[in-house]
Structures are given as C-alpha cells and as structure tokens.
Ligand binder design. Sequence first.
Ligand code: DX5
Ligand code: ZN
Length: 215
Amino acid sequence: MPIIAPSLLASNFLNLQAECKMLNESVADWYHLDIMDGRFVPNISFGPMLVEFFRKATTKVCDVHLMIEDPGNYAEAFKKAGADILSVHIEACPHLHRNIQQIKNLGMQAGVAINPHTPVEALKDILGDIDLVCMMSVNPGFGGQSFIPHTLNKIKQLREMIDERALHVKIEIDGGVTLENAKTILDAGADVLVAGNTVFKAADPKAMIAALKNL
Ligand code: DX5
Ligand code: ZN
C-alpha cells in the first residue's frame, strides 16, 4: 500500500483544527508540510511556527519539504518544531552531503527533493545516505498544477537505481497527483503520494485519501 501524504498547503487555513481532525481520522500516513521562502521558489508559505502547531495536532509523521535557500540555517528550527522527515532541494545545496549529515545528526530522516529538470543521475552519490527522494512532478512553488508526464520515466529510472543497490530509499511524488494518475505513478515505482488539491478540494477528503490508499 502506498504512503499517503496530504499537503496542507491546499487546506483551509481558517479552519486548520478541523482539517487536522479530518486527517487524523483518515488513513493518511503523513502530513506533508511545504515551506517556501520567496527566493528558491516564487512563493512564500509558512515556517517552523506553524509546523509546531501541526506537531501538536497530530501523532502522524510530519514530512517537511523545504523549498528554501540555505536550508542548513533552519534545520535545527524545524527539528525543534517537530519535523520527523526533512527534505532539502538538491538545487539549493552546493554542500548537499553536509546538509544531509546535519539533518541525520539532529535525529530526523533525511530527504532530497529534485526539480522536474534535474536528472535522477544527480542523486547517485547521495542515495546511500538518505531515506527519501521527493521527486517534484510540477515546478515547485504552487499547489494545483498539472502533473508533468516525463516524471514517470524518472520514477522508473530511480526505482532501478534504488533496487539495484538494494537500498531502502522511498520515492515520494509531489505535485499534480490525482485519483486518475496515481495508479500509473505507483506502477512506475513510487512509494509515497503527496496530494494537495486532490485531497482538500474533494467533496469527501477522507474518502479521497482512502481511495488513494487502496489503489
Ligand atoms: C508544490 C508543493 C506541493 C504541493 C502539491 O511546490 O511542493 O507539495 O502542495 O499540491 P498539489 O497536490 O495540489 O499539486
Ligand atoms: Zn511539497
């Protein structure tokens, strides 16, 4: 069964308590929390303060996706806020290995996020050190965009790279995941489905989460 990680970016911020209650009662596995700085991506979302509230609202895994420059300056703050998994973008990290070591030393699982144009080969020398690849299937910065079909090839390639070396790295697909394309994404080799609009704009979000989980 896939891991389902609803992205709170698409939730109703005026009603977060109800949104968290819905998620907690659902079969969702992770809270996917999108952090944007207005520099690495052209949008600003929220920071550690809100992650801390989510941490208090749930016992589910808090999966924090940093779309920010200089993520090393903030890793400790997100650990303190309660992140279980912290992902940094390869495109924002000239010293990626150092960032990954820092995240692990802080006691979190470490993820590397890659943009749609970044080849999976770029992960080769870090793959043995990480727990998760957050593969962007849209250009990061906004929810509600369409899935980029080429991502399917990238998932297959990465699946092979991981299986060849018998690693336990999870492949997370982030952006434009729908009930219609999710099965194809899983068949290509993904382990984790992030879903923002598909979940939170559904008539019955809990049923949508269950539908994704049972694909
Ligand atoms: C985009 C974020 C995604 C986003 C996904 O930059 O990383 O997590 O919230 O939203 P949907 O599922 O609506 O494409
Ligand atoms: Zn994300």
